[in-house]
Design a protein around this ligand. Structure first.
Ligand code: B12
Length: 479
C-alpha cells in the first residue's frame, strides 16, 4: 500500500474560494512514507474524479470535508448532501479502496458523516500525525482502531477516539499549496493561506474552535512562518497571504514577532487576516502589522453591549473594546467589523448599544457586517443553554443547521431592527447583503483600475454604495 489520493470536496465560493490548506499540509506530511496526490474538486464538482482515480490508482483515498453549511440562519446552504452526491457516491462507484474522512466539518459531526458517507475510517481534529499513523497501521496490517483521533467502526458502532493534542510549539511541514494543486483560481479570487498557531483558550459560548484545535495555544516559530511566506512569494509574486488563525493577535507577542520576521524575510508582501481580537489591539501591533504588509484587518467583537459581551463569553471588556476601536481609528487601519446579534440576553436595548457604538467609534469608511442567529454546535455552552431553554432536544443531531435567536425578538424581530439600522448606515450590511452584487463589483474593479486605487476593495465598494439613491437622505454617522 503506497499511493494515497487526497480529495478536496469544498465547492463553496462564499466569500471567495479557499485553498485546501489542511489537505496540502497532510500531503506534505505524508510524502516521506507514501506517494501522494491531491485532487482539487473545488471547481469541477467531482467531474474530474474518474480521471484522478483511474490515472493514479490509489490504495487509500482521503476526503476533506470543510463546511457543513454557510452559517446563514434563513435560506442558507447545506453542503453535506452535495458532497455525498457529487464526491462520495461517484468515488465509491470508481474504487473500493479504504475511504478516510477528515476536515473541520467531519471533526464536528464524525459519527453522522461516517454513517451517511459509508466511510471506512476517519480522523478528528488535526491530521498530520493521526492520519500518518492510521495509514502506517493499514500498510503494516495493524488495527488502527486504538490510535488517538481515529474514528472507526466496531461491532456496528462508530467509535471516536479523543485526539491527542501535542504539547509545545506547533511544528508543521511547509504546506506548499501551489505545488500540490493548481493555485491559479485561488490566486485570482482569493489568497494563499498560512497558519501561525493552533488552539484557542477563549470561551465564546457558541464557538467550536477549541473543540477542533484544542484549548492550549501552540505557536509556530515566527521565522518559520516568515520563511514560508518568503518562499511562496518568490513562486507567486503579487499574491496575497492570509492568516487563517482564529485569533491572530493571541497570545500577546506572537503576532508582533511574526510581523517583524516578515519585514526581515519577505518585505513588500501583501497580507490579510481574519480574527483580530479586540482584547489585544495596540498601536504598536497595528504599526508592526502595517509595516509587514497588512492593508486591512477583520475585527470580531460580536457585540458592543456590556451585557452581551459577558453573555457571549467574550474575553475582552467593554473598555477594552473601546480602546481597540480608538486605536484602529487613530492608526487608520482599514477594518471589517463583525457583529452577531440574537445571542442569549439580546433585546432591543442591547442591539441599540451596539449600534450606538458603531455610530460613535467605527469609521464610516469601515465596513460592518451584521449577522443574526448563532449556529448551535454540540458540546458548546450555547448547546447547553439551548437544551435548558428547550430550543433543541437531546436527540437533535444539530447537523441540520440550527440557530439560537433570543426570544421574544426572535429572528424576525432582530432582522427588522438590523434592516432598519442598515437603511441609514451605508457602511452596515445586514444579513443577506454581505456579498456585493456583481454589477457593483464590476464597477468597483473598473473604478480601481481607472483611478489607480490601492485601498482595500471593501472601501471602493463602500464609496459606490454611499452613492446609491437609497442613501441620498441618510444622515452621515458622526465622525
Ligand atoms: C480561516 C477560516 C476561514 C477563512 C478562510 C481563509 C482562507 N484563505 O483559507 C474565511 C474567513 C474566508 C472563512 C470562510 C468561511 N468559513 Co471558515 N473557518 C476558518 C477557520 C478559522 C480555520 C480554517 C483553516 O484553514 N484551518 C487550518 C487548517 C490547517 O486546518 P483544517 O482545514 O481543519 O485541516 C486539518 C484537519 O481538519 C485535518 N484534515 C483536514 N482534511 C483532512 C482530510 C483527511 C482525510 C484527514 C484524515 C484529516 C484532514 O488535518 C488538517 C491538518 O491538521 C475554521 C475554524 C477552525 N478553527 O478550524 C473556520 C470554519 C472552517 N469555517 C466555517 C465556515 C462555515 C465558513 C463559511 C461558510 C462562512 C461564510 N458564510 O462565509 C466560509 C466558507 C469559505 C469557503 N469558500 O469554503 C466553519 C465550518 C463548519 C460549518 N459550520 O460549516 C468553521 C469550522 C468555523 C465554525 N463556524 O465552526 N473561513
Amino acid at each position: 500500500m503506497k499511493r494515497v489520493l487526497l480529495i478536496n470536496t469544498n465547492t463553496c465560493r462564499i466569500p471567495y474560494p479557499v485553498a485546501p490548506l489542511g489537505l496540502c499540509l497532510l500531503a506534505s506530511a505524508l510524502r516521506e512514507d507514501f506517494e501522494v496526490r491531491v485532487h482539487d474538486g473545488a471547481f469541477d464538482s467531482g467531474a474530474g474524479l474518474a480521471e484522478a482515480v483511474q490515472g493514479f490508482r490509489p490504495d487509500v483515498v482521503g476526503l476533506t470535508i470543510r463546511n457543513v453549511d454557510d452559517l446563514i440562519a434563513r435560506g442558507g446552504t447545506f453542503f453535506l448532501d452535495q458532497v455525498r452526491d457529487e464526491f462520495v457516491r461517484p468515488l465509491r462507484a470508481l474504487t473500493s479502496v479504504p475511504l478516510v474522512l477528515g476536515g473541520s466539518a467531519f471533526s464536528l459531526f464524525p459519527a453522522h458523516l461516517m454513517d451517511d458517507y459509508g466511510a471506512d475510517w476517519g480522523v478528528v481534529a488535526e491530521g498530520e500525525h493521526a492520519f500518518r499513523d492510521l495509514l502506517l497501521a493499514l500498510r503494516d496490517g495493524r488495527d488502527p482502531g486504538d490510535l488517538p483521533g481515529v474514528v472507526s467502526r466496531r461491532d456496528g458502532r462508530i467509535v471516536v477516539n479523543p485526539p491527542r493534542c501535542l504539547p509545545g510549539p506547533l511544528v508543521t511541514p511547509r504546506a506548499e499549496v501551489d505545488l500540490h494543486i493548481d493555485f491559479t483560481p485561488y490566486r485570482r479570487l482569493g489568497s494563499y493561506p498560512v497558519q501561525a498557531r493552533r488552539g484557542c483558550s477563549h470561551g465564546c459560548i457558541y464557538c467550536t474552535y477549541p473543540n477542533v484545535e484544542g484549548r492550549v495555544y501552540r505557536l509556530r516559530e515566527a521565522s518559520d512562518i516568515a520563511g514560508e511566506i518568503a518562499e511562496a512569494a518568490a513562486r507567486l509574486p503579487g499574491a496575497t497571504f492570509e492568516f487563517v488563525d482564529s485569533t491572530f493577535n493571541e497570545p500577546p507577542g506572537h503576532a508582533e514577532a511574526i510581523c517583524d520576521a516578515i519585514v526581515a524575510a519577505a518585505p513588500g508582501v501583501r497580507l490579510r487576516t481574519m480574527g483580530v481580537n479586540p482584547g489585544g489591539v495596540t498601536a504598536d501591533l497595528l504599526g508592526r502589522m502595517k509595516a509587514a504588509g497588512f492593508a486591512q484587518i477583520d475585527c470580531t467583537p460580536d457585540s458592543a453591549s456590556p451585557r452581551m459581551i459577558r453573555s457571549l463569553g467574550k474575553n475582552f471588556t467593554p473598555d477594552g473594546l473601546l480602546r481597540a476601536a480608538r486605536v484602529i481609528r487613530t492608526e487608520a487601519m482599514p477594518t471589517v467589523w463583525f457583529f452577531l446579534f440574537g445571542g442569549p440576553g439580546e433585546d432591543e436595548s442591547t442591539i441599540a448599544e451596539s449600534l450606538d457604538f458603531i455610530d460613535r467609534e467605527i469609521s464610516p469608511d469601515d465596513l460592518v457586517l451584521m449577522g443574526v442567529g448563532l449556529r448551535i454546535y454540540p458540546a458548546t455552552p450555547l448547546h447547553r443553554i439551548a437544551l435548558r431553554e428547550g430550543l433543541v432536544g437531546p436527540d437533535d443531531d444539530l447537523v441540520t443547521p440550527t440557530f439560537y435567536v433570543q426570544p421574544p425578538l426572535g429572528y424576525d424581530g432582530v432582522m427588522r431592527l438590523l434592516v432598519q439600522a442598515a437603511a441609514t448606515r451605508p457602511n452596515c450590511l445586514p444579513p443577506g447583503e454581505n456579498t456585493p452584487d456583481p454589477d457593483m463589483l464590476r464597477q468597483a474593479v473598473e473604478m480601481r483600475a481607472r483611478d489607480g486605487l490601492a485601498e482595500p476593495m471593501f472601501r471602493t465598494l463602500l464609496r459606490l454604495r454611499r452613492a446609491w439613491p437609497r442613501f441620498a437622505g441618510a444622515t452621515p454617522a458622526p465622525k
